[in-house]
Design a protein around this ligand. Structure first.
Ligand code: DP6
Length: 316
């Protein structure tokens, strides 16, 4: 018997960066994300004599040694928590190229948690709420808890809750500008630790929480330009933490700068443009409204020296 699940990735506009607990991935500040239903991980669990990971499809991407340990270690933890004595072969695959630098722990840990709960439901008649699943998944990788809700998800650090939030903005067009496929030198888990050495970190929580309030308000009012400014300040704030850590580090590549400059130029010229953000990596994420489809296509052609993954959203 196989227990299958799939989960989407998500992109944070208010970033989870810095933890108040490393053991269970409790964030120092709240974060807000937009779900990316086109970037998914599929996971399949099968009872076997030992815990092991395999690619779901022949020729699929292999996990690094540390990735393997982290993924199977989390599965063991799930089994301990629910007193499951069986072991599993876990198979997984992303529906986006593994070397695209977009491989995110969010979709893979969320899909692993969902497939484990599929097993619990079928075999042990155990069912828990979606929020409880999200909270459990968080312990594998923090950002994965936001992949349980969409299109907008709030991970509130004060309430300790993860939930869907409603904004009039939906069906955004997403462009992921893949400027580098190199393996990153500082994993996001390490970034969370290192930023605490930055002199800017002491006041980081306040800045992130204030931006969350401002962004919530500007999304509700559908003030796109204000939203763009807040989202931009937020990712540069995170970059500032990276650059001023001890030792400092950077994910920016010449291609990242090129894509960011293009966004600035378009906003300056048209007084309109996409929301722009970056994660712990060199790739640039752009979000456009549906009525900006033509502009999104222009971006795609101007950035054609990079691999641009486009998702045009679903019109409901
Ligand atoms: C920069 O969820 O990858 O993408 O909890 O250690 O697994 P762990 O960290 P992770 O951190 C993601 C950081 C980020 C910002 C974000 O997604 O909010």
């Amino acid at each position: 018997m196989k227990y299958r699940a799939s989960a989407p990735s998500n992109i944070a506009l208010i970033k989870y960066m810095g933890k108040s607990s490393y053991d269970s991935n409790l964030p120092s500040n709240s974060s807000l994300s937009y779900t990316l239903p086109h970037l998914k991980t599929e996971v399949e669990l099968e009872v076997s004599d030992k815990t092991q990971w395999k690619p779901l499809r022949d020729g699929g991407v292999e996990l690094s040694e540390s990735g393997y340990k982290r993924f199977t270690g989390f599965l063991d933890k799930l089994c301990d928590t629910y007193d499951v004595k069986e072991h599993f072969t876990v198979r997984s695959a992303n529906n986006f190229p593994g070397d695209s630098g977009l491989a995110s722990s969010a979709s893979s840990f969320a899909a692993l948690t969902l497939s484990f709960f599929e097993y619990l439901k079928t075999e042990k008649k155990i069912e828990v709420s979606r929020e409880e699943m999200a909270q459990i998944s968080r312990q594998g990788s923090g950002s994965s808890c936001r992949s349980f809700f969409g299109p907008w998800c709030l991970w509130d650090s004060k309430e300790g809750r993860v939930r869907e939030v409603e904004f009039p903005l939906k069906n955004l067009i997403h462009l992921a500008v893949v400027v580098s496929r190199d393996k990153k030198k500082v994993a996001s888990s390490e970034a969370h630790r290192r930023v605490q050495t930055s002199p800017l970190y002491e006041t980081r929580t306040g800045r992130a929480e204030n931006r969350l309030v401002e962004l919530t308000e500007s999304f509700q009012k559908e003030d796109w330009e204000k939203s763009y400014q807040i989202v931009k300040s937020e990712f540069w704030d995170m970059m500032g933490l990276f650059h001023t850590s001890d030792p400092g580090f950077s994910y920016l590549k010449p291609g990242s700068q090129e894509a960011l400059n293009l966004v600035d130029d378009v906003w300056e010229e048209k007084k309109d443009g996409p929301l722009v953000t970056m994660d712990a990596g060199p790739n640039v994420h752009l979000l456009f409204r549906q009525d900006q489809d033509e502009m999104a296509r222009e971006f795609e052609s101007k950035l054609s020296n990079f691999s641009v993954m486009a998702y045009r959203g679903v019109i409901l």
